[in-house]
Design a protein around this ligand. Structure first.
Ligand code: ASP
Length: 357
């Protein structure tokens, strides 16, 4: 957000950024322990990012590098997220995302800026591969929080985005296979395994999203979440990613959080908002994320959402950073990783879970 944008919205800058306090860089493991005593003093002005595993090193590194060269952190995060949206081999977001049940790729994304308290989002947008960038423009050039479907696409085109077919051959074959194996009462026959993309069945029920939140050199927080949503979803289904308070929430006074996994469970429990509220009370980001997941378990009462042992039958993960630059993540199930980046470099860290992997 430029200064001109700020004045357009009547935003009054409130003096110097809060000094960054000492902070702990808690190295989490899949066997979760309460947050360790603070061990690492983070220098004032240190930039720190946390994100989903599929941000890979490049997305976080790019955001870190661009911010170091003067790009506002939210813009830099969106550029990092764009690298994942542009990657056809990531089937959870952007180009190559797994389509809806009609074979159409529909994308959701959101951004939020702690400095201004503003957010922007798009949902069910088609043919535009970088919904995160469109969400940023919604925040910056409209007085709205969320544009959906054809309106979101038209808005993107007005801002110069090109329409393109986001359904890659691999994703189309996976969708065809899904249709052909849904029922033996229709007229479609599945192709032989040798003709299918590798591991195509692993894409069924696929969950995945890309999220990144960060603390900038002036102590402001921001975040972005982008996704193609659940594989083979009902057309028009919107997940948690573009819902502020669910798939993303940022409060400069407390922290920032985002999520990947079953969006419906997150929307119902206001997940990212809850993580931020726990950090406001002083909880470490890891503990805050764990608390939000315990709430999700409490809300998972229906049998069709439970495994035989009564545990939720879905994954949901939160990624969080607080105003001190402490980062953390927690999953419903352990066994995955999250990414973080700071002055010590970019790394993947084991993500603890409420339940074993
Ligand atoms: N959270 C995304 C959604 O529900 C999907 C995912 O992360 O797997 O749309």
């Amino acid at each position: 957000m430029t200064e001109a944008d700020l004045s357009r919205r009547g935003f009054l800058a409130t003096g110097a950024a809060a000094a960054l306090a000492t902070t702990a860089c808690v190295q989490t493991t899949t066997t979760w322990k309460p947050a360790a005593p603070e061990v690492l003093v983070r220098r004032q002005g240190t930039v720190c990012l946390v994100g989903s595993q599929n941000t890979k090193k490049r997305a976080l590194e790019l955001a870190y590098e661009l911010h170091g060269k003067g790009t506002p952190l939210l813009d830099a995060i969106v550029k990092g997220i764009n690298t994942v949206e542009d990657d056809p081999s990531d089937h959870s977001v952007g180009l190559g995302g797994i389509p809806n049940e009609d074979g159409v790729v529909e994308l959701d994304a959101s951004v939020m800026d702690g400095r201004t308290g503003l957010s922007g989002a798009v949902a069910s947008i088609q043919d535009i591969k970088n919904p995160a960038s469109v969400a940023l423009l919604v925040m910056r050039y409209t007085d709205h929080c969320l544009l959906v479907g054809p309106g979101a696409k038209q808005f993107a085109k007005h801002h110069g985005f090109k329409e393109e077919n986001l359904l890659t051959d691999d994703a189309r074959e996976a969708w065809l296979h899904w249709k052909a194996t849904l029922s033996d009462k229709d007229d479609r026959f599945p192709k032989e395994t040798a003709l299918l993309p590798k591991d195509v069945k692993a894409w069924f029920g696929i969950t995945g999203t890309v999220n990144c939140c960060g603390l900038d050199k002036d102590g402001h927080l921001s975040g972005c979440t982008s996704t193609s949503g659940l594989a083979f979803k009902i057309p028009g289904r919107v997940g948690d990613s573009p819902i502020i308070g669910a798939g993303l929430y940022v409060d400069d006074d407390a922290g920032a959080a985002g999520s990947t996994g079953r969006g419906e469970a997150n929307i119902i429990t206001l997940g990212s908002g809850m993580v931020v509220e726990a950090m406001r009370r002083g909880a470490h980001p890891t503990d805050a994320a764990k608390e939000a997941l315990e709430r999700v378990v409490r809300f998972t009462k229906m049998k069709h959402l439970q495994r035989a042992d009564g545990k939720p039958d879905f994954q949901l993960k939160f990624y969080a950073i607080d105003k001190k630059g402490r980062t953390g993540s927690f999953g419903m199930f352990a066994g995955e990783q999250y990414a973080m980046c700071d002055e010590h470099g970019t790394r993947l860290v084991d993500c603890p879970g409420l339940f074993g992997g």
